[in-house]
Design a protein around this ligand. Sequence first.
Ligand SMILES: NC(=O)c1ccc[n+]([C@@H]2O[C@H](COP(=O)([O-])OP(=O)(O)OC[C@H]3O[C@@H](n4cnc5c(N)ncnc54)[C@H](O)[C@@H]3O)[C@@H](O)[C@H]2O)c1
Length: 355
Amino acid sequence: MTTTHSTTSEAFLPRPSVPSFAVIPGAQVQRALQGREKQIVELIESIYRLHGAGDSVNPPSYFLRFPDRPSDRIIALPASVGGRVLVDGLKWISSFPQNVAEGIPRASAVMILNDHDTGYPFACLESSIISATRTAGSAALAANWLSRDRPRAKRVGFFGVGLIARYIHTFLTATGWSFDELGVYDLSAASAAGFCAYLKRSGTTGHITVCDSAERLIRSSDLIVFATVAGQPHVKDVQWFAHNPLVLHISLRDLAPEILLASTNIVDDVEHCLKANTAPHLTEQLTGSRDFLSGTLDDVMAGRVTIPAERPVIFSPFGLGVLDLAVGKYVYDEVARSGELHIIDDFFHELRRYG
Ligand SMILES: NC(=O)c1ccc[n+]([C@@H]2O[C@H](COP(=O)([O-])OP(=O)(O)OC[C@H]3O[C@@H](n4cnc5c(N)ncnc54)[C@H](O)[C@@H]3O)[C@@H](O)[C@H]2O)c1
């Protein structure tokens, strides 16, 4: 990242130096991202294309689980992004669903960005906002690309309405979607009420309905966003999808294999998504094959896969670390440009090999 020049004659080549180390809190992250939804979706599209072209390293996510706390987990997502972003790093994100009952968000996260040239970490960022942003940006991108050969949905249904559903609604509206009907379904009446209050504050002109059943929400929506914390499939009736909706299956574990088998299935990355008991993973286990998958979002964007209008289409994104890093680097660059980086002086201290 930064370079110094040797004064010795043998080396006029720039030598890498130790980068400074910055800490970027959530307020700065939010300021850097707010109102930039279109740019973020463009960035995410470029990263999917770059990943599809092989200019990235995105090993499997590592799940830390606890035998005594089966619903909790902390996931490590290491990644390396090539192209113009050129950064390595790690997102370390916790999911503790019981937090919500205590009045704090389910997910919390930090991200470390590592310098491409020296490997030195150069920033630690609050990352729950980055994670929600890349998830919502990817959902809005998919909604756009997967709707190209069907009428654009005017009836949206939000199935599970926490923080991620809020971000997805924000990204959809900021990228040009507007809805006549907005359906809301959640096991928790408090969540449904909180989300409806957010929708009203957002200025939506559509009609908001809190549905009393999952069936009603699905049958009355042409775009359905799943963002629950369900661990096993709980939606199993193929008939509910007879009107061929576009489904953003963000929470990954709501739909039974029968639904996927009756639909066109698009993922973000095949190897990633067929893991950790996601619905595509269960479908592969049931059928012994991957034939039910049509391809990746990159395949759709590159024209290698087309989406028939006369079937439901389901997007199941596992969530790629490369997206997190690209959004994290975007935030870093914005904060650096504004001259407001909080540098931790002397963070790397033992810098002479022999003292
Ligand atoms: N695929 C990705 O890249 C990605 C990225 C981020 C988050 N996620 C997933 O998004 C989901 C939502 O995250 P969040 O932070 O908004 O969580 P949250 O806890 O804030 O909200 C989840 C909501 O779902 C509701 N719910 C749970 N089970 C339900 C069910 N069976 N039917 C209806 N409602 C139900 C809960 O009452 C709650 O209101 C999580 O599963 C998370 O893992 C996916």
